[in-house]
Design a protein around this ligand. Structure first.
Ligand code: GBH
Length: 520
């Protein structure tokens, strides 16, 4: 038996080392609340938006209709609050104010998207809308004047209706149309814009639009249209990369990449091999499907994905795989077509295997994946039901990407943020940004991941697709009831500005009342 004093001694040592260990993996803060690690000077900090979600002015100055305009006018109840993007935050008219806001945050980069039908009202390049071109030129010049570098997304889901009428992204011809549109945009704005992203979140556009049907075009083509859409988007992205690389880069000297999205997947029970496999399968089917063709050494769809969908298609009696096949030339054409890994990340799921769940269609991506996804009851869900807060998920995802695709290209977090139901005292958002950014610092400083930038989603409250205006993601509040769409900074805007100023996270900068938010 050990003497009581010896037991106490051991307990004290254990306690200290525990303190030390937890300090190592959790937040290390100095007395003044500052994070131990900092963001390098050349780290790109920014805020992100998307044209359809903020611009409004849906039919002004010769703009054509996008599929979101047309569909929401036809189906006004499609969004939860029966709203649409006709007016949104009216950024088409208020862009100068937006740029003052961006500047006030102290960020040096602004990720925005261009509306394809504002530039090409009919989708095709036989007619260019001069007023639309003039508008984006004004916005870009205003940004430059404010010393903010624009990062422009060519396509953030607002497809011209004329092209949707031809089948949208399931039509192989879309690859040509996208290239034509990109050529117009590069020639008109490439003197100013030096960082491009081709497409925002191929997965979400195809999954929500073809499998789940809660996003336009709501095509009800689950398990078939989903893969066609993904396939032609990959080809479209690659064509646009090469177009830039060959015809524009030599003169314009910019960079071009793509933005992919992923939830992180954690095994429901990390001691259970089946759950571990399920988590990996989830990541491969959701992110690997797009990332492998572009970023892996060998290119093409991941073997696991290829085999799984081929097998399922066969069992289901399809004459050929529902996942289209790239020719060897196409594999080569897509491989290596991104100067950075644009990553949108919001949340994490717990994965376990399942062959069928309520709500799944057959066939579908979910059914093909065979993974039941749960949320940990300990994770707060402050707004949208899909967005549970689990900060270490970002660090783990960035590590997963680094393990799978190496460090040839840097990761740029092109979106990250959290939703709530409104209010200026958005402690939830302050806490979210502090903790997610700290996990990013750990990935960079302790795990050796190559991360070059971070964009907060989003500058201000906006039109959140099928959630309408019911949930809020903004650093700035927008009063959608006022005609002037008045903007007001939230606490999170002040906190973000402080991070920009110090290049560190100051966990004490905004005190979060502990009684208010459990688990934050
Ligand atoms: C991003 O997508 C978008 O790029 C951006 O436009 C958007 O405003 C932002 O997120 C915030 O939502 O029906 O179960 O799929 C993030 C991916 C797409 C995830 C929609 C949640 C709805 C839940 N999101 N999806 S589900």
């Amino acid at each position: 038996m050990q003497s009581p004093s010896r037991v106490a001694h051991i307990a004290i040592i254990a306690c200290f080392s525990l303190l030390f260990i937890t300090k190592g993996v959790n937040t290390i803060v100095s007395k003044n609340g500052l994070s131990n690690y900092s963001f390098p000077d050349k780290f790109m900090f920014g805020v992100a938006t998307a044209a359809f979600q903020i611009e409004g002015a849906w039919n002004e100055d010769g703009k054509g209709e996008s599929m979101w305009d047309t569909y929401l006018h036809k189906h006004p109840n499609f969004t939860v609050d029966h709203t649409n993007g006709d007016l949104a935050a009216d950024s088409y008219h208020k862009y100068k104010q937006d740029i003052i806001m961006i500047k006030s945050l102290g960020v040096k980069y602004y990720r925005m998207s261009m509306s394809w039908p504002r530039i090409l009202p009919n989708g095709t390049d036989h007619y260019i809308n001069k007023a639309g071109v003039r508008h984006y030129r004004k916005v870009l010049l205003e940004l430059i004047e404010a010393k903010i570098t624009p990062v422009v997304t060519l396509y953030h889901w607002d497809l011209p209706t004329a092209l949707m009428d031809l089948g949208g992204w399931t039509n192989p011809k879309m690859v040509d149309y996208f290239e034509d549109y990109a050529r117009v945009v590069f020639s008109l704005f490439g003197d100013i814009v030096k960082i491009w992203t081709s497409i925002n979140e191929l997965h979400v556009h195809c999954y929500n639009g073809y499998d789940l049907n809660n996003f336009v075009p709501a095509m009800k083509s689950h398990g078939v249209g989903f893969y066609l859409c993904s396939h032609y988007m990959l080809l479209g992205h690659a064509r646009v990369y090469h177009l830039y690389d060959k015809e524009f880069r030599p003169k314009q000297k910019g960079k071009i990449g793509v933005t992919l999205d992923a939830f992180y997947a954690e095994p429901k029970d990390s001691n259970n091999k089946e759950d571990v496999d399920a988590a990996e399968r989830y990541l491969q089917m959701h992110l690997g499907l797009y990332a492998h063709p572009i970023y892996s050494k060998e290119g093409d769809y991941p073997a696991l994905v290829r085999e799984r969908i081929d097998t399922m298609s066969k069992i289901q009696g399809y004459p050929r795989s529902r996942l289209p096949v790239f020719t060897p030339e196409e594999v080569e054409m897509i491989r290596g077509t991104s100067d950075f890994f644009g990553l949108n990340h919001y949340t994490t799921i717990l994965a376990s295997p399942s062959s069928m769940e309520p709500g799944w269609s057959v066939p579908s991506l979910d059914h093909d994946t065979g993974v039941k996804s749960d949320q940990d009851p300990k994770w707060p869900i402050p707004g949208a039901d899909w967005l549970a807060v689990y900060p270490p998920g970002l660090r783990k995802l960035v590590n997963w990407i680094t393990r799978n695709y190496g460090t040839r290209v840097p990761i740029i977090v092109t979106e990250n943020g959290v939703s709530d139901f409104g209010g200026l005292n958005d402690y939830v958002r302050v806490s979210y940004y502090n903790k997610y950014l700290y996990q990013l610092l750990l990935a960079m400083h302790e795990d050796g991941c190559r991360v070059d930038g971070y964009f907060a989603w989003t500058l201000m409250d906006d039109f959140e697709w099928s959630d309408g205006y019911s949930i809020k993601f903004g650093l700035f509040h927008v009063d959608f009831n006022s005609t002037e769409k008045k903007r007001t900074p939230k606490l999170s805007a002040l906190n973000y500005r402080e991070i920009m100023r110090t290049r560190r996270i100051n966990f004490n900068y905004i005190k979060i009342p502990s009684y208010k938010y459990k688990n934050l």
